[in-house]
Design a protein around this ligand. Structure first.
Ligand code: HEC
Length: 458
C-alpha cells in the first residue's frame, strides 16, 4: 500500500517535468566549463585577482560544494550593484539557469562528461590580468615601490614613460596593482610629452610627505615633463583604479589617444599601512584600437555638496550620517560608467538624475557597500543625461558598533573629506563620460564587453 501511494506523486512529477530537464545530466565538459570560463576564470587563474585557479576540471571539481555555495548565495562572482535598480554591461551575475546547472551538477557528483566536448579554457591568460587577449603595450614599474613596515599610509607619484612608432588609439586598458593587499586606490593620467623630454633618465617615483596633495607644478617638474617653453604636458586620458575594479573596454569609435611619446603618470597611488617592509610593482595593459577613435572619454568626480568642505567635518562616534551630492549638469552628457566611492564606514550608496521635466534616471545603487569590491559600473548603452538635469547621490556612513567593517572598536570620531587616508572617510561619485551626440542612447556596449572579455584570439 505504502509504496503505491508514494509512487503516484513521483510519476506525476516525472511526467510534468519538461523532457529536456528530466533527461539532462549536466557534465563539466559540456555544461559547466563554459559557465566557469565565462564568469570565473578571468579572476580565478594563475596570479589573477582570486587566490586559486578555476581553469581545469580538477580545479573546479575539488571545490564543487564550495562553488555551489558561493554561486547559490550570489557571493561569487562578486557584484555589489543592485541589478533591479540599474543593470550594467560588465555585470558579473550568473543567471538563475546557470546557478541551477552548477547546483545540479554538484548534486550529481560533479561528472566529467565526454572528453570530446571539452572546450579550451581561455588562452593567453597573462599574469594578473582579467582580459584574455594579449596587450599591445605592457607598462610595468621598473623600480618596485618600497612600502615601509611602519604602519603608515604610503602615497606615491610614479612615471611610466613609453614611446611607440606612431600615435594610436586605445580601446581597452587594465590597471593591475602588484600588491592587491595594500593597494587602496590609484589615479593616473596619460600625458603627451614634447620631443625634448628625456624619457631615458626620468626618475621612477617620489613619495608624498605628510600630504597627499597633488601639485602640477611640482609633479611635472619632478619628472622634467615641461617643454622648453615651460608648457605642461598635454593630458589625453585620466582614469583610476579601486579595489575590485576591472578593466575598461570601449566600444568602436570611443576610447582615447595614446601619443607617440608619452608618460602614464600615476599621479597618486595609495597603499594602506603595512606592519612589514614590502613592495609593489604595478602593471598597465593597453590594447590598441584597429579603428581610429573619434570620441575621447573624459573623467569627472564629485564630492559632497551639502557641507562646507573647508571646515573640518567629523563623523562622530556612535552615529550614522548621510551625505549628499547635488550637481546641476550644464550640458547634455552621455555617461559611460559610474563609480561610487567610500571607505569602510560606508553602508550604502544611491545615485540618480532628475531631468528638467522631472523624470528620474537611475544611475547606481549599492545596497550593501563593500570596500573590497568597488567597480566602475559600465552602462549597457551610453546613458543620456539632458542638460539642466540634477545628479543626486546619497551615501550612508555608519560609525557605530553595528557596522562590522568599522575599523575602530569602540568607534572613534572620523574625519570626513579631509584627505584620502584609509582611516578618514570620503564620498566620491565619479563618471567616465562623453559630450552627448544624438543616437548615443542606442549604442550597445554590452556585446562589445562580452566579446572583448572572452576573446581567445591573437
Ligand atoms: C572579479 C574577480 C572574481 C570573479 C569574476 C570570481 N571570483 Fe571567486 N574570488 C575572487 C576573490 C578575490 C576571492 C577571494 C576573496 C574573497 O573571498 O572575496 C574569491 C573567492 C572565491 C571562493 C572562495 C570563497 C571564500 O569564502 O573563501 C570561491 C569558492 C570562488 N571565489 C568561486 C568563484 C566562482 C565559482 C566564480 C564564477 C561563478 C567566481 N569565483 C568569480 C574573485 C573573483
Amino acid at each position: 500500500m505504502v509504496t503505491k501511494r508514494l509512487a503516484l506523486p513521483f510519476i506525476f512529477l516525472f511526467v510534468c517535468l519538461p523532457l529536456a530537464v528530466s533527461a539532462q545530466n549536466y557534465t563539466f565538459t559540456e555544461h559547466v566549463s563554459p559557465i566557469i570560463y565565462k564568469n570565473c576564470s578571468g579572476c580565478h587563474k594563475p596570479n589573477g585577482a582570486a587566490p586559486f585557479s578555476l581553469l581545469t576540471y580538477r580545479d573546479v571539481a575539488k571545490r564543487a560544494s564550495f562553488i555551489q555555495h558561493v554561486v547559490s548565495e550570489r557571493i561569487m562572482p562578486p557584484w555589489k550593484a543592485d541589478p533591479s535598480y540599474r543593470s550594467f554591461a560588465n555585470e558579473k551575475q550568473l543567471t538563475d539557469d546557470e546557478i541551477r546547472v552548477i547546483s545540479s551538477w554538484v548534486g550529481d557528483g560533479a561528472p566529467y562528461g565526454p572528453a570530446s566536448e571539452l572546450q579550451q579554457p581561455p588562452s593567453n591568460t597573462i599574469s594578473g590580468a582579467s582580459l584574455f587577449g594579449y596587450p599591445d603595450l605592457i607598462l610595468q614599474m621598473d623600480e618596485p615601490v618600497k612600502i615601509d613596515g611602519d604602519n603608515k599610509e604610503t602615497y606615491i607619484c610614479y612615471a611610466l614613460p613609453y614611446e611607440i612608432e606612431e600615435q594610436t588609439y586605445v580601446k581597452a586598458i587594465e590597471f593591475i596593482p602588484g600588491n592587491r593587499q595594500l593597494a587602496h586606490h590609484a589615479s593616473y593620467q596619460v600625458l603627451e610629452v614634447s620631443e625634448g623630454v628625456d624619457l631615458d633618465n626620468m626618475p621612477a617615483y617620489f613619495e608624498f610627505g605628510d600630504t597627499d596633495y597633488i601639485d602640477d607644478q611640482h609633479d611635472y617638474g619632478y619628472f622634467n615633463l615641461f617643454d622648453k617653453d615651460g608648457n605642461p604636458p598635454m593630458q589625453t586620458y585620466h582614469d583610476g583604479w579601486l579595489p575590485g575594479s576591472g578593466p575598461r573596454i570601449y566600444p568602436e569609435g570611443i576610447g582615447f589617444l595614446l601619443p607617440k611619446k608619452g608618460v602614464f603618470l600615476i599621479r597618486n597611488m595609495h597603499y594602506a599601512p603595512s606592519p612589514i617592509n614590502t613592495s609593489d610593482q604595478t602593471t598597465i595593459h593597453i590594447y590598441f584600437s584597429d579603428e581610429p577613435v573619434e570620441r575621447t572619454v573624459m573623467f569627472t568626480t564629485f564630492r559632497p555638496t551639502d557641507i562646507d568642505l573647508n571646515t573640518g567635518n567629523i563623523i562622530p562616534a556612535d552615529t550614522a550620517i548621510q551625505y549628499d551630492i547635488n550637481i546641476r549638469v550644464g550640458q547634455d552628457l552621455s555617461l559611460f560608467s559610474v563609480n561610487p566611492h567610500m571607505h569602510r564606514l560606508g553602508k550604502n550608496f544611491k545615485a540618480w538624475a532628475t531631468t528638467p521635466e522631472g523624470k528620474t534616471i537611475p544611475l547606481v545603487h549599492i545596497p550593501q557597500w563593500d570596500f573590497n569590491w568597488q567597480e566602475f559600473y559600465q552602462y549597457k548603452k551610453l546613458l543620456h543625461i539632458p542638460k539642466g538635469s540634477v545628479i543626486h547621490a546619497e551615501a550612508l556612513f555608519d560609525n557605530t558598533v553595528d557596522n562590522p567593517e568599522n575599523p575602530n572598536f569602540p568607534p572613534e570620531p572620523v574625519f570626513f573629506e579631509r584627505g584620502m587616508d584609509d582611516k578618514d572617510e570620503m564620498m566620491r561619485l565619479t563618471f567616465l563620460f562623453l559630450p552627448y551626440q544624438p543616437g548615443d542612447e542606442n549604442l550597445d556596449m554590452e556585446d562589445q564587453w562580452r566579446s572583448q572579455m572572452l576573446s581567445n584570439e591573437q
